[in-house]
Design a protein around this ligand. Structure first.
Ligand code: PXP
Length: 249
């Protein structure tokens, strides 16, 4: 059976990072989102952090009003964010851990220690008609907790694998194997499986070979490439890498 098409979610946070470096309104993450969709993105992801360091509240409402593809609202499972998402009603919400001091999302959500808290947030979001995904480590225990929490979707954290690949570290294959097994287990458990964090052309191509994964969320690498080749060209190259990897699935 042919593997399902792999969707590309483009994270526009770092367009806002550059905007905020100077204050003002430019570059506009909404323009980036529209351009990304025109270039083939299947959805847009934006992370409203507690400290609003990149995406701001008005970016979320402007994205909701402007884009024709689903918005994946990345958020911590705090009362403030849950209330905001429930009022805004994006297509999807991805629950992530958040620490003020981190530069980007470090590690997966603690779905075991924080089970009841994450479950309560998930129930409220689902009640508002939002598709909930949990950003988790690629581990069987985390997948089982996601089922018990009642989330229909998980996003596997690919950060450790991508970092190991970039550094040429010997654990890279072990990290990939964890992702491969987790993707298989997610499908067995009836969870829709996404993946993301730290992906570039090479790692996206490889992970596209895992047929259970149906969406990749990619931001930082694409925005870096866009500085040199432009956003449409970077997205086209990413799409080609994903399609090539998928053809081998
Ligand atoms: N998925 C999740 C849940 C994330 O937190 C991030 C980082 O914001 C990404 C995907 C995208 O990661 P990157 O910017 O490294 O491509």
């Amino acid at each position: 059976m042919a593997a399902p098409r792999l969707r590309l979610g483009v994270n526009v946070d770092h367009i806002a990072t550059v905007r905020n470096a100077r204050g003002g309104a430019l570059p506009d993450p909404v323009r980036g989102a529209l351009l990304a969709i025109e270039a083939g993105a299947d959805g847009i992801t934006a992370h409203l952090r507690e400290d609003r360091r990149h995406i701001r509240d008005e970016d979320i409402s402007r994205l909701m009003a402007a884009i024709s593809k689903p918005l994946n609202f990345e958020m911590a499972a705090t009362d403030e964010m849950v209330a905001l998402a429930a009022a805004t009603k994006p297509h999807a919400a991805c629950l992530v851990p958040e620490k003020r001091s981190e530069r980007t999302t470090e590690g997966g959500l603690d779905v075991i220690g924080g089970h009841d808290h994450v479950r309560a947030a998930t129930q409220i979001l689902k009640g508002a008609g939002i598709r909930v995904s949990l950003f988790i480590e690629p581990s069987i225990a985390a997948l089982e907790a996601a089922v018990s929490i009642g989330a229909p979707v998980v996003e596997l954290h690919t950060g450790s694998w991508c970092e190991a690949v970039t550094q040429g570290a010997s654990e890279a294959e072990h990290e990939f194997e964890r992702i491969r097994l987790a993707a298989r287990k997610a499908a067995e458990l009836g969870l829709e499986c996404h993946a993301g964090h730290g992906l570039d052309y090479e790692t996206a191509r490889r992970i596209a070979g895992l047929s259970q994964i149906i969406e990749l969320n990619i931001g930082h690498f694409l925005m870096g490439e866009a500085l040199f080749v432009g956003l449409p060209a970077a997205i086209a190259a990413m799409r080609a890498a994903m399609d090539a990897g998928r053809a081998e699935a």
